[in-house]
Design a protein around this ligand. Structure first.
Ligand SMILES: Cc1cc2nc3c(=O)[nH]c(=O)nc-3n(C[C@H](O)[C@H](O)[C@H](O)COP(=O)(O)OP(=O)(O)OC[C@H]3O[C@@H](n4cnc5c(N)ncnc54)[C@H](O)[C@@H]3O)c2cc1C
Length: 435
């Protein structure tokens, strides 16, 4: 059984400064609800369940510290639009449901940021999807046709406009969609865990090593104690299969990021662009680029089939070099600015690109395979799992059930280890002009 482990590479987490400590629970205890996993899904589930049921005792249990998992390691886009596969395959009614769900999640996160004054660079600036070469431009044309199908608002940018915003002539075209938000992910999830309702207990650094069903509920074992509870929400993303659920249906995939130190005032002048924007690549095998409010430039690209959920140390220098190349091609005038951090994180995909949502057993709920757009999809899944577990019924819950599916059964591990890296290499080769 593999548990999450933390390296100290993640820039978002490592630059947080001092954070609250929620020590591991040491004593055997009883709870009405235990939520396992403190990412976007688990944090939304625990808050919502506790609010729905103020007289219930609720435990959030996390293997690491909240923010060290992938919810604190991502690129910080909170996206309202369906991911590419959904846009391609879904009919208008289906896509409107996905967008409504994502937008409810964004509003929910924003309300907490405002209510608790969470200092996480939250801004409702939307995002750009940008193309480098002809391949990217073709992808953008297709993307625009998909947005037209669902009557979604967008703006097309070409030429000088792009340089004025991005500080580089590297991109030929960009499509701006206004609906999403950007944030500092580790700061956001720390802010969320620090402002839980009074009936929530938080136990960090507490990997769950087993879940057993009993006539009267569940026992949950950690290295320190045994917990008894009536209901469980499993919000463990790629690790869900390690706990014995959704086996052979979850594909753990890592992607990687690097960022610079904050640019100085002189370097900002050299840069010549604006702060606080984010680009996702027109060709999804390409590079994500962000410039943060605190003047760092972030590059994300590269994928790995993460059967071990980890970044092998020997891989990091290679990834850093790949990120460096992408950075220097975009900002040759800023080539002297070093990267301070390079990190990766494991997300869950499914073979057929389906997400899942619902009951895994009586009183055991889970959601996952969010196809790497988990800031919004994980949040809404957590909220809806909590409502489901509370017996609250409404249209939004029906809608998330409707837009979720069943991840297909994957081939045996030995075949995956051969085939998935090969497919990733092929994708990387095809997308090379956009990396
Ligand atoms: C580099 C990178 C960039 C990304 N960029 C974006 C982006 O810009 N926007 C976006 O929406 N998505 C992005 N993603 C994906 C996004 O981060 C995930 O989809 C999202 O964080 C999933 O949230 P979650 O709560 O479902 O899972 P997680 O964040 O993985 O949370 C699961 C938690 O469960 C804990 N856990 C696991 N096993 C156990 C156990 N046995 N006991 C106790 N706890 C356990 C883990 O430690 C973890 O904290 C990116 C991912 C990466 C790696």
């Amino acid at each position: 059984m593999i548990f999450p482990s933390y390296d100290d590479n993640c820039g978002w987490f490592e630059t947080l400064g001092s954070i609250t400590d929620y020590p591991p629970m040491q004593q055997d205890s009883n709870f009405d609800m235990v939520v396992i996993g403190g990412g976007f899904t688990g944090l939304a589930a625990v808050r919502r369940y506790a609010e729905n049921n103020p007289s219930h005792s609720v435990l959030l249990i996390e293997a690491l510290k909240v923010g060290q998992g992938v919810s604190g390691r991502n690129s910080g886009f909170v996206i309202d639009l369906p991911h590419k596969r959904e846009l391609e395959l879904g009919d208008k009614c289906y896509l409107n449901k996905v967008m409504e769900l994502n937008r409810v999640a964004i509003d929910y996160l924003e309300a907490q940021v405002n209510t608790y004054d969470i200092n996480c660079q939250w801004s409702r600036v939307g995002k750009y999807q940008a193309a480098v070469g002809n391949r990217g431009i073709e992808f953008l044309a297709y993307y625009k046709s998909l947005l037209n199908n669902v009557a979604e608002e967008y703006e097309d940018f070409t030429g000088d406009c792009l340089e004025n915003i991005f500080g580089t002539t590297y991109y030929q075209e960009a499509v701006y969609t206004p609906g999403g938000a950007l944030m500092q992910p580790a700061a956001l999830v720390r802010g969320l865990v620090d402002n839980m309702p009074v009936n929530v207990t938080v136990s960090e650094r507490s990997p769950v090593i087993g879940i057993n069903k009993r006539a009267e509920g569940f026992t949950i074992r950690t290295s320190y104690c045994t917990l008894h509870c009536g209901k469980v929400i499993l919000a463990t993303n790629a690790f869900t299969k390690e706990l014995g659920f959704m086996k052979n249906r979850i594909l753990p995939v890592m992607t990687f990021a690097s960022w610079t130190r904050p640019l100085t005032a002189t370097e900002m002048e050299q840069f010549g662009g604006q702060l606080d924007w984010g680009i996702t690549p027109a060709d999804h095998g390409g590079t994500t680029l962000r410039v943060t409010q605190d003047r760092r430039i972030l590059i994300r690209n590269g994928y790995r089939y993460a059967f071990d959920y980890n970044t092998p140390p020997q891989l990091l220098p290679k990834l850093k070099k790949q990120h460096r190349r992408a950075y220097e091609e975009r900002y040759p005038g800023l080539a002297h600015i070093p990267f301070t951090h390079t990190w990766g994180g494991a997300s869950s995909l499914s073979g057929n690109f389906e997400t899942y949502f619902g009951k895994l057993d009586d009183n055991l709920y889970s959601a996952g395979c969010d196809q790497s757009v988990g800031a919004s999809r994980g949040t809404i899944s957590g909220m809806m799992l909590a409502d489901y577990a509370s017996g609250i019924k409404h249209e939004l819950l029906d809608n998330i059930v409707e837009v979720s599916g069943k991840p297909s059964r994957l081939p045996p591990e030995a075949i995956l280890r051969l085939v998935v890296p090969l497919r990733m290499q092929m994708q990387k080769f095809r997308s090379r002009s956009e990396i």
